[in-house]
Design a binder for this molecule. Structure first.
Ligand SMILES: Cc1cc2nc3c(=O)[nH]c(=O)nc-3n(C[C@H](O)[C@H](O)[C@H](O)COP(=O)(O)O)c2cc1C
Length: 310
């Protein structure tokens, strides 16, 4: 997730069992072949033999763009740098990205979406799996099956579907039943995404979509133990205890300690607040803490305040 889930966050989230793979923030591809440093900034895990988090969970590199040649050139660059899987983003709803013909804007032109996937697939041949991520459409759902088929026909080996159109933004609900409709029309695996915040949501999303796998976004930030919760429930039929503030605070302290090695204190303060903000909806204490922490600008004071009695 752009601006939110970097290598440190991937590392912390995958210390618990539950995640089968993770994906980088998107690398924006416009016209040129990007230098190695751009790929390494988005995916420092490329420095390891098969890009993985320190716990061994694979990291897929995500590209966002629409120009087939530029995407193919950058896919080859990613391959040279050691990427082991490439994901193509056709879901980003941001106005700036869409105005420049990227992300969800291609959902209006399935033949161009197919050309983008095909260019990347043929650039990397059989060496790397290529996957894609879409929403249910741009303004409406009219073209969603065409887009899904276009991704498959272009050579995508898996499709993640965020169950909303671009114009629906992040407004609930995510239409999991529509993901099921898509799944029934494809032969490649379809992964359901959108609004999975709890074990119950996970179960509903799986049941309504019929998908075996789901992708967690904001839900994993709100409850960093959500993937582990799902994993544990599958393995044992039992529920893990609810995630408490002190669990979250411990993780946030680790996050701050790792981030301060690479960012200024000011940046770490805003990253910490951003993550606490993501936790608010699932934890009333996180919400109360956020209200008292949001005005603190000193990193050490902020970290200290995570565990100070309210
Ligand atoms: C701040 C933010 C940044 C995001 N960046 C990306 C991104 O870089 N690539 C991507 O595929 N999806 C991105 N997404 C979308 C999420 O991956 C996910 O599809 C969406 O939030 C719905 O799932 P959720 O309800 O589980 O969060 C982003 C979402 C948010 C809120």
């Amino acid at each position: 997730m752009e601006g939110v889930i970097d290598a440190i966050t991937r590392d912390l989230l995958t210390r618990q069992p539950g995640f089968d793979w993770t994906v980088t923030e998107f690398v924006r591809v416009v016209a040129t072949c990007l230098p190695p440093r751009t790929f390494l900034r988005h995916c420092p895990e490329l420095a390891t033999p098969a890009p993985c988090t320190p716990s061994g969970v694979p990291v897929h590199l995500q590209l966002l763009g629409s120009d087939p040649k530029a995407l193919a050139d950058n896919a080859r660059q990613a391959l040279r740098l050691g990427a082991s899987s490439l994901d193509l983003n056709f879901g980003c709803p941001t106005k700036l990205v869409n105005r420049h013909d990227g992300g969800a804007s291609l959902l209006r032109e399935p033949h161009r979406l197919q050309a983008a996937v095909a260019a990347v697939s043929s650039a990397v041949g059989d060496t790397l799996p290529v996957t894609a991520k879409i929403r249910l459409g741009f303004a409406d759902r009219r073209l969603v099956l065409d887009c899904a088929r276009a991704a498959e026909d272009g050579g995508a080996q898996q499709l993640v579907v965020h169950g909303r159109t671009r114009n629906e933004g992040y407004r609930p609900p995510a239409h999991w039943e529509w993901i099921g409709r898509i799944r029934r029309h494809l032969t490649i695996p379809v992964v359901a995404n959108g609004d999975i915040w709890t074990l119950e949501d996970y179960w509903k999303a799986r049941t309504l979509s019929g998908c075996r796998d789901v992708m967690l976004g904001r839900g994993a930030l709100a409850d960093p133990w959500l993937a582990a919760r799902i994993h544990h429930w599958h393995a044992t039929g039992e529920r893990l205890p609810t995630t408490r503030w002190h669990n979250r605070a411990g993780l946030l302290r680790d996050f701050a300690a790792l981030q301060r090695n690479i960012h200024s204190n000011k940046v770490v303060v805003s990253l910490l607040k951003q993550w606490i903000n993501h936790m608010r909806g699932q934890d009333s204490e996180a919400s109360r803490r956020f209200d008292t922490l949001k005005r603190i600008t000193d990193l050490d004071r902020l970290v200290g305040a995570l565990t100070r009695p309210l």
